[in-house]
Design a protein around this ligand. Structure first.
Ligand code: SF4
Ligand code: SF4
Length: 479
C-alpha cells in the first residue's frame, strides 16, 4: 500500500466520524511549534522573522500536549523553529504517541544523527552490533561514536541515558526532513554549506535503523522542476517513505522583510498562482511515480485542473502566542483555544473562491496547509473524488527508484565537489582571489556567515545572495 494501512485507516476514520456527526469544522493536522529558535536562517522562512522577538521562548510540554488533546487532530506535525532543539522533544514525542497521534517531526536534519545515536546508546546490546557495523561501514557514525554507543552499556553514561527517553522508530512517527533541492540549491536556501549532505546521511542512518522518513520540499520561483524530480528519484532510491511538496508563498513576514531590508520585489522570489500551476504541471505523474503525501484532488488543484476553497481551520497552528489565525502563514491574531480560533476567525473573509481572492493576501496561495485538507474533506466535491482519494491512499506503493551512481553525481553538485554557493560568493567579492581561492576558504568562514542563525538577521548572507544574482552564474553541475 502507498501509505501504512493503520495510518490511512486512522485518518479515514477521523473524517468519517466527523462527517457522521456533521461537525462543521474540525482539525486534521496540528502544526505544533514548541519553539521558534533555529540553528539555520533559511531564505523565505517567515518563522524566525515573524517571531524574532520571542525566539528564546518555548511552549511548556504540558501545554503542547494539551493543545493536541484539545483540537484532537489525528496527525501532529512538530515544527518550529527546529524542534530537535526543544529540550523536552523526546518527552513531547512520547506524550503525543501515547495520545495515539501520527507524528511528523519536521527537521532541518542537522541534529537527527545525534538523536539516533542517543537511541542506539539507550538500546545497545550485542544484538545491535550488526547495525553499528553497518553504520560504521557507510561512515554514518565515527569510530568514536561507535565506542560511545557500545560503552553506554556501562557506567554513568548509560545510567543517565536510560533515565531520559529517546526517539525510537515506530510506524506512527516520521522524520520529516526539509530538503528544497539538490546540494547546491538546498545549501544556498538554508544558507549553510554541508547541510544537504548531513540531511542525506541522516536519512540513510534513519532507514538502516528502521525509522519512517518523509521529506518536505517548498518550491520557489527559481526552482528547476527537473531538479526536484531528480531529488525525488534520489530520495526514492534511498528508501524514503513519502514526500510533501508545496509551493512557496509570499506570506507577510517574509514579504515585508524582503521589501524593507533588501529592497527586493517579492514577485521575483515567490510564486504566483499561474507560476505554481506551471511548476506543478507534472504533479499527477509524480503522484504515480513517487509516494507524494496529499490527495490527488489537491494535486489536480496544484496542476490547475480545478479550484478548491481554503480550509485552513483543518490545519491549525499552535505556538508560544497561542492558536494562530487564520492560518499557518498569515497572522491576524492569536487565540486562547482552538474553539476560539474556530469561532472568532471570520473564515468567509479568507481564501480564493472561483478564482477571486476574498483577501488580497490569499491571492497567490495554494499551499498544502490551506488546500490539502480541502481535497480530503470533499470541499468543492466532484463526482468520483472519494474513489480517487481512496484508490490513491490504499493503492499500491510506487516501486522505489533503483540507485544509480550517475544520479548521485547529479545530486551532489555543490559543496561536496568544491562548488558550494559560498565559494562562488567569495570569488565575486574578491575576484583577485579567483575561484581557486574561494574553494580553499578557511573552515571558519561558512560558520561566520551563518553565525547569526536563529536571530533572523540574514543581512550578511543576503548581501552575498544579491551579488551572486547580479553576477554571471558559474556552472555548478558536474561535467
Ligand atoms: S530550518 Fe529553515 S525553514 Fe525551518 S525553521 Fe529553521 S530557518 Fe526556518
Ligand atoms: S488561502 Fe488560506 S492558507 Fe492561504 S493565506 Fe489565505 S487563509 Fe491562509
Amino acid at each position: 500500500m502507498r501509505f501504512p494501512f493503520a495510518l490511512s485507516a486512522k485518518i479515514a476514520g477521523h473524517i468519517i466520524k466527523h462527517k457522521l456527526r456533521q461537525t462543521p469544522k474540525f482539525a486534521m493536522v496540528l502544526q505544533l511549534e514548541p519553539l521558534h529558535t533555529c540553528n539555520l536562517t533559511c531564505t523565505g522562512c517567515g518563522r524566525i522573522r515573524e517571531y524574532s522577538t520571542s525566539l528564546k521562548d518555548m511552549v511548556p510540554l504540558e501545554k503542547c500536549l494539551a493543545a493536541a488533546t484539545e483540537c484532537d487532530a489525528p496527525m501532529v506535525s512538530i515544527c518550529g523553529g527546529e524542534p530537535l532543539i526543544y529540550p523536552k522533544i523526546e518527552e513531547l514525542i512520547a506524550g503525543l504517541l501515547d495520545q495515539g497521534r501520527v507524528l511528523y517531526v519536521c527537521t532541518n536534519g542537522v541534529f537527527m544523527r545525534k538523536k539516533m545515536r542517543e537511541y542506539l546508546a539507550a538500546i545497545y546490546s550485542p544484538a545491535v552490533e550488526p547495525k553499528v557495523k553497518q553504520l560504521l561501514d557507510q561512515k554514518l557514525i565515527s569510530e568514536k561514536d561507535a565506542e560511545t554507543i557500545r560503552n553506554s552499556r556501562r557506567g554513568e553514561l548509560r545510567e543517565s541515558q536510560t533515565l531520559k527517553p529517546v526517539i525510537r522508530p515506530t510506524r506512527w512517527m516520521y522524520w520529516n526532513v526539509h530538503v528544497d533541492g539538490l546540494e547546491f540549491t538546498h545549501d544556498l536556501i538554508v544558507e549553510r554549506e554541508g547541510v544537504f549532505k548531513e540531511c542525506i546521511e541522516a536519512i540513510k542512518m534513519a532507514k538502516i535503523l528502521g525509522y519512517q522518513v518523509a521529506t518536505n520540499t517548498t518550491v520557489y520561483k527559481e526552482a528547476d522542476m527537473q531538479e526536484v524530480e531528480d531529488l525525488f528519484k534520489y530520495l526514492s532510491s534511498l528508501g524514503v517513505d513519502g514526500h510533501t511538496i508545496s509551493p512557496g508563498y509570499d506570506y507577510d513576514a517574509a514579504k515585508k522583510d524582503m521589501v524593507k531590508r533588501l529592497g527586493k520585489d517579492p514577485k521575483d522570489f515567490f510564486l504566483t498562482r499561474d507560476m505554481t500551476r506551471q511548476k506543478f504541471a507534472k504533479i499527477l505523474d509524480w503522484g504515480k511515480a513517487f509516494t507524494i503525501f496529499g490527495t490527488p484532488v489537491y494535486q489536480e488543484f496544484l496542476a490547475g485542473h480545478r479550484e478548491l476553497t481554503c480550509t485552513a481551520w483543518a490545519i491549525p497552528t499552535y505556538n508560544i502566542k497561542g492558536w494562530k489565525g487564520p492560518c499557518y502563514l498569515m497572522t491576524d491574531g492569536h487565540y486562547g483555544s482552538y474553539q476560539e480560533l474556530l469561532e472568532q476567525v471570520a473564515w468567509e473573509k479568507y481564501g480564493v473562491v472561483n478564482g477571486k481572492a476574498r483577501d488580497s493576501r490569499c491571492e497567490h496561495c495554494m499551499v498544502h496547509c490551506g488546500y490539502d485538507p480541502s481535497g480530503a474533506l470533499g470541499t468543492n466535491y466532484q463526482s468520483g473524488d472519494n474513489w480517487k482519494n481512496f484508490k490513491y491512499n490504499f493503492g499500491a506503493k510506487p516501486k522505489p527508484v533503483r540507485y544509480s551512481s550517475e544520479l548521485e553525481k547529479r545530486v551532489y553538485n555543490g559543496f561536496s565537489i568544491g562548488k558550494g554557493h559560498l565559494a562562488e560568493a567569495k570569488a565575486i567579492i574578491n575576484p583577485a582571489a579567483g575561484a581557486k581561492g574561494a574553494f580553499s576558504r578557511k573552515e571558519e568562514e561558512p560558520a561566520r556567515v551563518g553565525s547569526r542563525c536563529g536571530t533572523g538577521d540574514t543581512t550578511e548572507r543576503d548581501q552575498l545572495m544579491a551579488k551572486i544574482k547580479d553576477a554571471k552564474r558559474i556552472e555548478v553541475r558536474p561535467e
